[in-house]
Design a protein around this ligand. Structure first.
Ligand code: G3H
Ligand code: 13P
Ligand code: ZN
Length: 313
């Protein structure tokens, strides 16, 4: 099976009220952990690479790792550029064979965001690649850009309709209270479901995307802190809220922080408990296993995507 776009995945997810997991990849162990989970769940997945990931691993290595994942698993897998910040970066990824790109013009004024997205859409669609854009702005850190909670702006539902119509974009990331990173809520976790409901009703059958959707499981936070870490007060989006979001138009849920937490806590544990160990496989292996465990839990118990791969083959 070749690399696929997200079109069919989203259609299936929309109709079935579930969501496709989009997991950030940076190295081999992360790719393998995600794929091992997706294989056991027989679920389609989106593997996504940020600018930071492309810089760290080199795009070609990531592409080849994803090719290996497809060959080995025979699952429907999309390779997606996460938070592309310019037409040139999107073009590069499209030319390199990515099946989906995100052009993130969310920090730009409305008209400039539209113009940039339209340019990417025109280039991508001619080449069979799908495009995700973002309207509204999430708080948190992404690729060295830190957006404070005060500067975050929720997506305006009527603007979203105009944006989708004028750009021809395939999916839209919306801001309803999630944020990037491990510190999402100071007090109680809260998402604006009323706004999500409005956007879903105004854009029927149109796939929405939830960024900053890690749940920051406390077992991993505690494990990190127990074995020498220092991440007090880390807090994420409760799983039941993600399950709820998938009943609306949300078809793609982005997760990076939880993978980092799972992998790092597992590695910390090995290094703390076995100080004489210096074979990287002895800690990267458990790190990979931790990724598999958390991804499998998400696919099966939170996103509800188990078994969906059969319907796409
Ligand atoms: O949205 C941001 C993702 O978590 C990617 O993070 O830019 O550090 O790779 P990164
Ligand atoms: P988290 O930081 O919540 O994992 O969000 C990841 C993300 O949105 C990647 O684009
Ligand atoms: Zn994001």
């Amino acid at each position: 099976m070749p690399l696929v776009t997200t079109k069919e995945m989203f259609k299936l997810a929309y109709e079935g009220n579930f969501a496709i997991g989009a997991f950030n990849v940076n190295n081999m162990e992360i790719v393998q952990g995600i794929i091992a989970a997706a294989k056991e769940e027989n679920a389609p997945v989106i593997l996504q690479a940020s600018a930071g990931a492309r810089k760290y691993a080199n795009s070609i290595y990531l592409k080849k790792l994803v090719e290996a994942a497809i060959e080995e698993s025979e699952l429907p897998i999309a390779l997606h550029l996460d938070h592309g910040d310019s037409f040139e970066v999107c073009k590069q990824c499209i030319d390199d064979g990515f099946s989906s790109v995100m052009i993130d013009g969310s920090h730009l004024p409305f008209e400039e965001n539209i113009a940039l997205v339209k340019k990417v859409v025109d280039y991508a669609h001619e080449r069979g690649v799908v495009v995700e854009a973002e309207l509204g702005q999430l708080a948190g850190v992404e690729d060295d850009v830190n957006v404070s909670a005060e500067d975050a702006t929720y997506t305006d539902p009527t603007q979203a309709v105009e944006f989708v119509e004028r750009t021809g974009v395939d999916s839209l990331a919306i801001a309803i209270g999630t944020s990037h990173g491990a510190y999402k809520f100071k007090g109680e976790a809260k998402l604006d479901f009323e706004r999500l409901d409005k956007i879903t009703k105004l854009l029927p059958n149109f796939p929405l995307v939830l960024h900053g959707a890690s749940s920051v499981p406390q077992e991993y936070v505690e494990m990190c802190n127990e074995f020498g870490g220092n991440i007090p007060g880390a807090k994420g989006v409760p799983e039941e809220m993600l399950r709820e979001a998938a009943k609306y138009g949300v078809c793609k849920i982005n997760v990076d922080t939880d993978l980092r937490l799972a992998m790092t806590s597992a590695i910390r544990k090995v290094l703390a408990e076995k100080p004489a160990e210096f074979d990287p496989r002895k800690y990267l292996g458990p790190g990979r296993e931790a990724i598999k465990k958390i991804v499998q839990h998400k696919i099966k118990d939170v996103f509800g995507a188990s078994g969906a791969a059969s319907k796409l083959k």
